[in-house]
Design a protein around this ligand. Structure first.
Ligand SMILES: Nc1ncnc2c1ncn2[C@@H]1O[C@H](COP(=O)(O)OP(=O)(O)OP(=O)(O)O)[C@@H](O)[C@H]1O
Ligand SMILES: [Mg+2]
Length: 464
């Protein structure tokens, strides 16, 4: 029989197992444990009576079933009923099962977590020993530091990827998105950027990836950097709740290191799959869709997560966030891409046509923008890049004309220059994960242009 709301569940000794779990999450002031009972069960969620007055949206509950204790998140609260999304798929839930409140989900990151791979709940998945908890337990769902207390972002750093360092240079504490359709090269570029040596720590959230790619990313990509990295993984077959929590857990770990004064790189691959997970959870909770099937909560959760990246207060370090965004059917204006672009301090656009030509990383230098590039460039570099972009633009807009033989060399000095230099620029921008990181992208470019010019002069002298 359903428990009336005002007869809150009375805590009994047989629930000692649940209680022990609950103390891991609840604050000391929550010494009174509130409980309720399962009332209805549906695909993706169940409802509980007796908890509505005691729980808040986003809090966790523990549910005891025949197979043990399972966690769930409160996704909707009505006067007599709380809607819960279970964390684990396929958890056996029975009518009238006992459910107790656990409060906000917290993790206690520790320096010893470096080099480890964990799941969204903070438990190890790398066959290593249990995780040692740190001193501070932090809620994974929290707000960003107040904007006026944060340091300004003005210190550039080198990524080692020439196409980024020349055309869209980045600053510590910047938030950058890599936008592309499927299979164009997002994960590969992220893995190359993860090796930048400007960071003390790298925290990676792999959300909705294929299981095969996870080991590849962690072992091949991080390599020597693994000692200063922590990976939080929720693969595509895990529940939407775990996929939704993985970036939050990763960001909480990044905040731990930032607050110690370190410069942290936060990587999320992909943020679109995080948005899909929020959509799945919200749909199960009955939230109506507002844009292409996405409910409003997606558009509040995305900035909530991304705003947490950035510089910390004076004395704290920075979180530089680089995230990938899968654009639906190569449509760069889908609601998630649009919403995320507005939150970020820059976006790198990968073009399928460049990938088809084998020009990896397929970064389009004309449509990619770093809004903080001016702080990273010298005045001279800024002028040079604007000149390079003009040449590339001229080269691309006359491509068809030149292909049909509609241009005669010598008629336009700017175009002649573009025809000579742009293929050299394209060549120097090519880089694979196996190639050495560039120590000075401008020097590499200058060297290539000089070599091409002297080669051309030599050829002209020989012909003469
Ligand atoms: N810099 C590069 N050098 C050489 N090959 C590359 C490079 N980047 C990507 N590729 C090729 O493109 C393929 C797809 O790349 P990747 O897995 O990074 O794409 P993705 O955009 O992350 O795909 P998905 O949308 O499926 O996650 C790789 O398997 C590789 O063959
Ligand atoms: Mg990928």
């Amino acid at each position: 029989m359903a428990q009336p709301e005002n007869e809150a569940f009375v805590f009994s000794p047989k629930l000692s197992q649940l209680s022990a779990l609950a103390t891991r999450y609840a604050k000391p002031e929550h010494s009174v444990t509130h409980g309720g009972h399962v009332r209805t069960i549906a695909a993706g969620h169940y409802t509980v009576t007796g908890l509505s007055r005691h729980v808040r949206l986003g809090e966790f509950v523990a549910h005891r079933s025949a197979t043990g204790v399972h966690l769930g998140e409160v996704v909707r609260v009505e006067p007599d009923i709380a809607y819960i999304c279970p964390i684990e798929p396929g958890e056996p839930i029975g009518i009238h099962d006992v459910v107790i409140r656990k409060g906000a989900f917290r993790i206690a990151p520790d320096d010893s977590w470096c080099g480890r791979t964990i799941n969204a709940l903070g438990d190890p998945i790398d066959n290593g020993p249990g995780m040692t908890p740190g001193h501070e337990r932090r809620p994974i769902s929290t707000t960003a530091p107040p904007s006026m207390t944060r340091r300004r972002v003005d210190q550039g750093f080198r990524t080692g990827v020439r196409a980024v360092d020349i055309f869209s240079p980045l600053c510590l504490g910047q938030r950058l998105g890599i936008f592309a359709g499927s299979g164009v090269g997002k994960s590969t570029l992220l893995s190359m950027l993860a090796r930048a040596d400007a960071f003390d720590k790298v925290v990676i959230a792999l959300v909705g990836e294929r299981g095969r790619e996870v080991r590849e990313f962690i072992e091949d990509t991080l390599g020597d950097n693994m000692a200063k990295s922590i990976a939080v993984v929720a693969t595509s077959d895990e529940s939407p709740m775990l996929r939704k929590m993985a970036p939050l857990t990763a960001m909480t770990i990044a905040e731990h290191f930032r607050d110690k004064g370190e410069n942290v790189l936060f990587i999320a691959d992909s943020i679109t799959r995080f948005a899909h997970a929020i959509r799945e959870v919200a749909t199960a909770a009955g939230e109506p869709p507002i844009a292409r099937g996405y409910p409003a909560s997606v558009f509040t959760e995305l900035p909530r997560l991304l705003e947490r990246a950035g510089p910390g207060a004076e004395g704290a370090g920075t979180i530089t966030a680089i995230i990938s965004i899968l654009v639906d059917g190569d449509n760069h204006n889908d609601p998630i891409a649009d919403s995320v672009r507005g939150i970020l301090d820059g976006h790198i656009v990968l073009d399928r046509s460049l990938a088809d030509e084998g020009r990896y990383p397929p970064i389009n230098p004309l449509t990619s923008i770093s809004r903080l590039a001016r702080k990273a460039w010298t005045g001279e570099q800024e002028k040079l890049v604007s000149r390079l972009k003009a040449l590339i633009h001229r080269f691309e807009e006359t491509r068809d004309l030149r292909l049909i033989g509609g241009y005669r060399n010598g008629s336009d000095p700017d175009l002649d220059m573009a025809i000579k230099q742009v293929p050299v620029i394209y060549e120097i921008l090519k880089q694979s994960p196996g190639d050495k990181a560039s120590n000075d992208a401008y020097a590499d470019l200058a060297g290539a242009l000089k070599a091409a010019a002297s080669g051309a002069q030599g050829g002209a002298r020989q012909r003469g």
